[in-house]
Design a protein around this ligand. Structure first.
Ligand code: 3PG
Length: 466
C-alpha cells in the first residue's frame, strides 16, 4: 500500500512551468518506490495513514509527484519530485524548507537522504529581489568593470585577537600591496579585544587613507553577524558612516534573520559579503543538503559576494564541483549535470560575485583562475599574511600571481622578475594548472557518458565528482 493510502508516484506526469523540481538521492530498508511515496507525502500533504479530512482538491492541486525514479538497487535510487507553486507560501523560505527539507530527514526507514538540487521556477524566484549589485555593482565600485580582472581579497589573520589598531594596520598593508577587499573572519565580531565599532572606525580611516594616497576605492566588509536586532543596529551604524558593504555568516545566522537583514541592506544600498561557515555540517554525510541548494537561496535573497570554496585549496570540493557552484551563482543559466547531481536552472536576478577562499596562496592562483575565470574574488588569508616578508609583500605576490595568470605566464617564470612572488614560491610549492585544465577538458568531452553512468550507478558515481 502506498504511504498513507494515496499514491504520489506518477511516471507520466510532466512537470509544469511553475513546478519546483527536487532531485533526491534516497536509500532505505524498504523498496525505493515506498521510500519515494513516503518522501513525497511527508514533504507535501500526506502522513502515515489515510485521512478522513483529505479531499480531491488538496490531492490534485497540492501533492508532490515523483515523476522519475532511477534505481541503483531495489532499495535505493535517484528520485525526481515535482511540487506545485501553489503549495508554497509567498516569499516564505522557512515554509519551503519546513516542507521540502523538513520531516523527511527523520523518517526511520531511511538509511540515506540527500537533497542534491532544486530547480526554482521563475514565479517563485521573482518574489525575491536577488543581489543588490552583484558582480557588476561590486566591479563598478572598485573600478574594474573595464579591466574585468579578478579582485584580490584578504581575511585579516590571526582570525581573532588583534586590537582594532593592529587589525587596521594589517589591512592598510594589505591594501597597499594590492588588495581590493578586506574582510573580518567568520568568528570575529564584537569581542572585547576588538570591539566592532572601534574596528570599523579604524578601518574607515584606512580606506579613506588608501583613497587619498592611491586614488583607489577599496572595500572593507565588517562582520555584522549576530541576532537580528544587533545586525540591524550594526548595519545602521556602518551605513550612517557610509560603508559600502557588510559581511554576514549566512549559514549560521539562519534564513529568517538573513532574509530580514538582506532586505535592510538592499534598502540601504549596502552590498553583502556572504561567508558560508558551517554549511558543510549539512552536506558531507548520508543525510545531506548540498551547497547547490543553499547557494540558490542566497542568490535569491540577495548576497552580492558568496564564498564557494576553491577546488584547489584547503576546503572540500573537487574542481568540477566547485566550478559548478560558481556557475550556478555567476551565470544566468546552467544546464543539467547529473554526474554532479545538479539540475538545470535559469535566473532573472543579478549574478553573484564568487569568492574563492580557503587555503589560497600565490602558488595556486594559476590553477584557481583556470577553474574560476576572471569574475572571482581571489581571497587569501594565510597566503598573504604568511608571506616571509609580511602582509604588503604577500598581497603584492598575490597580485603578481594574478597578473602572471592573466598574461598566460606560469608563476615561476614571472617570479624571475618579481621578487615578492619569488619569495612566496620559495616556501609554497607552485601548483601548475594542468590538472584543472585536464579535468575541464575531460568533462567537456565526456559529459553525456558521465551523466548516463550517474543515472545507473547513483550516488557512489556522483560522489566521485564532488
Ligand atoms: C575564509 O574566510 O575563507 C578563511 O578564513 C580563509 O583563510 P585562509 O586563506 O587562511 O585559508
Amino acid at each position: 500500500m502506498a504511504y498513507g493510502g494515496y499514491t504520489y508516484i506518477d511516471r507520466k506526469y510532466r512537470p509544469a512551468k511553475d513546478d519546483f523540481i527536487v532531485l533526491v538521492w534516497a536509500s532505505g530498508t524498504v523498496p525505493i518506490e515506498k521510500i519515494a511515496e513516503a518522501i513525497a507525502a511527508e514533504s507535501s500533504i500526506g502522513t502515515w495513514t489515510k485521512l478522513k479530512t483529505m479531499n480531491k482538491r488538496v490531492l490534485d492541486r497540492l501533492k508532490a509527484r515523483v515523476f522519475r525514479i532511477e534505481k541503483s538497487s531495489s532499495k535505493s535510487g535517484l528520485l525526481w519530485i515535482a511540487y506545485p507553486l501553489e503549495h508554497f507560501d509567498v516569499k516564505n523560505i522557512i515554509q519551503f524548507q519546513a516542507s521540502v527539507l523538513g520531516n523527511i530527514f527523520g523518517m526511520k526507514e531511511l538509511t540515506g537522504l540527500r537533497i542534491l538540487d532544486i530547480t526554482f521556477p521563475e514565479k517563485y524566484r521573482k518574489r525575491f529581489s536577488g543581489p543588490y549589485g552583484g558582480i557588476k555593482g561590486i566591479r563598478k565600485y572598485v573600478g574594474t568593470v573595464k579591466s574585468g580582472r579578478p579582485h584580490l581579497g584578504t581575511i585579516v589573520k590571526p582570525k581573532v585577537g588583534l586590537t582594532p589598531k593592529e587589525f587596521a594596520d594589517v589591512a592598510y598593508e594589505a591594501y597597499m600591496g594590492g588588495c581590493d577587499f578586506v574582510k573580518d573572519d567568520e568568528n570575529l565580531s564584537d569581542q572585547k579585544f576588538c570591539p566592532f565599532r572601534a574596528r570599523f572606525e579604524e578601518m574607515m580611516e584606512v580606506t579613506d587613507r588608501i583613497r587619498s594616497e592611491t586614488g583607489r576605492k577599496v572595500l572593507y566588509a565588517p562582520n555584522i553577524s549576530d541576532k537580528y536586532e544587533r545586525m540591524a543596529e550594526r548595519l545602521d551604524f556602518i551605513h550612517f558612516h557610509g560603508a559600502p558593504i557588510a559581511m554576514v555568516d549566512v549559514f549560521v545566522v539562519g534564513y529568517s534573520a538573513l532574509q530580514e537583514i538582506f532586505e535592510e541592506t538592499h534598502g540601504k544600498r549596502v552590498f553583502t559579503h556572504a561567508h558560508r561557515a558551517g554549511y558543510a555540517v549539512e552536506s558531507r554525510g548520508e543525510f545531506a543538503i548540498t551547497f547547490m541548494v543553499h547557494e540558490k537561496f542566497y542568490r535569491m535573497l540577495g548576497a552580492d559576494q558568496l564564498h564557494i570554496g576553491t577546488g584547489v585549496g584547503k576546503m572540500e570540493g573537487s574542481p568540477l564541483y566547485i566550478k559548478r557552484l560558481r556557475d550556478i551563482i555567476a551565470l544566468q543559466k546552467v544546464d543539467e549535470k547529473l554526474y554532479l547531481g545538479s539540475l538545470a536552472q535559469e535566473w532573472n536576478n543579478k549574478p553573484v560575485m564568487p569568492v574563492a577562499s580557503g587555503g589560497v596562496g600565490p602558488e595556486v592562483v594559476d590553477a584557481l583562475l583556470a577553474l574560476h575565470g576572471k569574475d572571482v574574488v581571489v581571497q587569501a588569508g594565510g597566503g598573504i599574511h604568511g608571506h616571509p616578508d609580511g602582509t604588503r609583500a604577500g598581497a603584492k605576490a598575490m597580485r603578481q600571481a594574478i597578473d602572471a595568470a592573466l598574461k598566460g605566464i606560469p608563476a615561476p617564470k614571472y617570479a624571475k622578475t618579481h621578487k615578492e612572488l619569488a619569495n612566496a614560491l620559495k616556501i609554497w610549492k607552485y601548483r601548475p594548472p594542468n590538472t584543472v585544465k585536464k579535468l575541464l577538458a575531460q568533462e567537456r568531452k565526456r559529459a553525456k557518458t558521465l551523466g548516463k553512468r550517474a543515472l545507473s550507478k547513483g550516488i557512489k558515481e556522483i560522489e566521485k565528482y564532488w
